[in-house]
Every structure is written in C-alpha cells, then in structure tokens.
Design a protein. Sequence first.
Length: 216
Amino acid sequence: MTVQQAVLGFALVAGLLTLVPGLDTALILRTSLTSRRRSALATAAGIQVGCLAWGAAAALGATAVLAASQTAYRVLTLAGAAYLVWMGVRLLVAGFRKIDQDDDAHAGPRPPSGVSARRAFTTGLVTNLLNPKVGVFYLATIPQFSAAGVPPLAMGLLLAGVHCAIGSVWSLALVLGSSALGSRLASTSFARWVDRVTGGVLVLFGVRVALSARTL
C-alpha cells in the first residue's frame, strides 16, 4: 500500500467517524452556544491535540499495552467516566441555579462570556485523553493503513494528523453555524437550557462508559 492509498483509505474511515454525533460534538456545541467563538475553537483544538497524542501513542505501541491490560484499560475508562459525570453535574447545577427572573426578562440579548479559551482547551484535551476508545480506534486502524517503507511512528502521526485535519474542518463548521445561532439566542435563560441539555448528555455518556468498564 502506498502512502497516498493509506491516507485516502484512512481519511474515508476517519471522516465517517467524525460525522457521527458524539461527546466531542456535544462539547463543541455547548461551548459555542454559551461562550465566545474563541473558546469554542479552543475546545476543538484541545480535542484535536488529544487525537494527535493518541495517534502517537498508538504508533509507539502504548495503546497496545493499554488494550492488553484489562486493569489499565478499566482504570482509565472509569477515570474518564468520573470526569464526564463531574462535568455533567456541574453543568446541571449551573443550569438549574435560581436567577433573578426580572433581570433575565428585561436585560434582553447579551453577549456570551462563558469559559476562557485556556479552560476550554483544557476541557477538550482532558476529555479526549481520558477516552481510551480513541486510542483503541487508532490501534485498530493505523496498522491496517501502514505504507511500505514508512516508519510506524511517522505513519501514525501522519494518519492522526489527517484525522485532526478532518476533525478541525468539521469543528469549524459546527462553531460557525452554532455561534451564529447562539448570538441570536444569547440570553441567560437560553444558556441555562443549553447547560441542562449538555449536562444531561455528559452524565449519560459517563454512566454508559462506566457500565462498559464493568463488562471488561
């Protein structure tokens, strides 16, 4: 298999995976709807950096060790589940916190402030790194798209870079579309509803991940 064939084949698989709604999409949409566009882009950047780290780990064989050790995989999975539930509960608490109704009713639309870009980047990065399924995906796919004569580390980073490029384009489309919507619906009540929905989604994701760890 040539490098071009490997890249095109992997890009097709990674592109289809990127389009499937999941945790990354939920995080980006929530940040875009309740914070400034810069923070939403920072969340997406953190997610893509996490993908690069997983790709490098897969190329170096670290994810093979993780996949072979049920204990290590379970610990990382439960840590990720706990982190998701913790974030979800925080959003739910913020979403259901009582506010001054008169202030929200008469203030009208207000520009989103939300989280800082640094905090948004960290959230995206940590969420991705605590998801061992990302590493397992690379472990399962990268060897299938290896090119003759290319070192494993270089090939792993190349394919992870392709995945990040696809994810970045998709994330940019999500941010631009949702931030335009968010600017029209910028109010405290709307932000609280977004926090409630996203918080519930994160808690459900966390519970699902925790239950999957029990079956290992």
